[in-house]
Design a binder for this molecule. Structure first.
Ligand code: HPA
Ligand code: ZN
Length: 337
């Protein structure tokens, strides 16, 4: 029998929770800063890595927004995306639904088009050269106000046919989902799907709001939903996909130890949980590392791993025919593994 690590790397899977700005490796941060003549708040790559010790989400966000300052041109975003896709293609990833944070860039004076044009061209190249398909999710920064979210939706108007969904990220606790009720309604009216980070640090009430007020199609993270059994029942009944990020949870102290990570409990409750990397350059691993380290820590069986792989496609925004093709590829892989 193949080792779990080899089995996982070969298993066809999708990544549904990936902030592309969070795939900026320190080496690339320095390369872009040099090329763009930008001063970084770090002297060396070792200084950057040493700064990656976080006690909560905000600690991380402060560093993450600083790092994103190195991204200045369409070429930077294209290269950022391609570097990420090369890594996950080697992890057996066949499809990605990636987040980007336009306000992080427009807030620094970049035109809206710079990030999105660079990312879309990287996504097209990844599909052509690596066979990894992808869709783009535009996140609103929840620490900014709803008017800023509306302005972002307006700026995105020429691109709406190339954006699959809106998302909600950044500092959760002081910014509940209902703050964005109007912007999410407007996004839905424009034919966009809706996802939101909820229950990473925020309470179960925020997950309820994401479901009932934002009308989301997926919950990003959702860990704290397990504190409310009626919410667990609701999520299970709706077949709601949770995009769970184990190494992120460990680095941001959402869990104390990977050994007590709730992913197996989620599956055993009948929840449509998936494993994802969130911000892999900051949290110590890309997609395969998240799967391998978690499988080892909580003793996931082959059946659990297969369920997680299938959930990653059934929870995606691919068409039913595309999902069927990916599920058949998983079955063919299992038969041959
Ligand atoms: N949570 C909230 N905001 C984020 C994250 C996250 O895990 N990663 C990037 N922005
Ligand atoms: Zn996230």
């Amino acid at each position: 029998m193949t080792s779990d690590a080899d089995f996982i790397r070969g298993l066809p899977k999708a990544e549904l929770h990936l902030h592309i700005e969070g795939s900026l490796e320190p080496e690339q941060m320095f390369e872009f800063a040099r090329r763009n003549k930008i001063a970084l708040p770090f002297r060396t790559i070792e200084d950057v890595r040493a700064a990656y010790a976080f006690s909560n989400l905000q600690d991380f966000l402060d560093i993450y927004y600083q790092g994103a300052g190195a991204l200045q041109t369409e070429r930077d975003f294209h290269e950022l995306a391609m570097a990420y896709f090369r890594r996950v293609a080697a992890d057996g990833c066949r499809h990605v639904e990636l987040f980007f944070d336009p306000q992080t860039h427009t807030g620094r004076g970049l035109p809206f088009s710079v990030a999105i044009d660079g990312l879309l061209s990287g996504m097209a190249e990844a599909e052509a050269s690596l066979g990894v398909t992808s869709k783009l999710i535009m996140c609103f920064l929840r620490h900014l106000d709803e008017a800023a979210a509306f302005a972002t939706l307006s700026a995105a108007e020429p691109y709406l046919d190339r954006i699959i969904a809106v998302g909600l990220d950044s500092s959760e606790v002081a910014h509940r989902p209902s703050k964005f009720a109007g912007a999410y309604k407007a996004a839905g009216e424009r034919g966009l799907k809706r996802v939101a980070h909820a229950g990473e640090e925020g309470p179960p009430a925020y997950v309820w709001e994401a479901l009932d007020i934002l009308k989301v199609d997926r919950i990003d993270h959702g860990n704290r939903a397990l504190e409310d059994l009626s919410l667990v029942e609701r999520l299970a009944r709706d077949g709601m996909t949770l995009t769970v990020c184990p190494l992120s949870n460990l680095k941001l102290c959402v869990v104390e130890d990977l050994k007590v990570h709730p992913i197996k409990r989620m599956l055993e409750f009948g929840l449509q949980a998936t494993i994802n990397s969130d911000d892999p350059a900051y949290f110590g691993g890309y997609l395969a590392e998240n799967w391998i380290l978690t499988a080892e820590a909580v003793h996931l069986s082959r059946e659990h791993l297969i369920r997680l792989a299938k959930n990653s496609f059934t929870g995606s925004f691919l068409s039913p025919a595309e999902i069927t093709t990916h599920l058949a590829a998983i079955d063919a892989y299992i038969a041959s593994a």
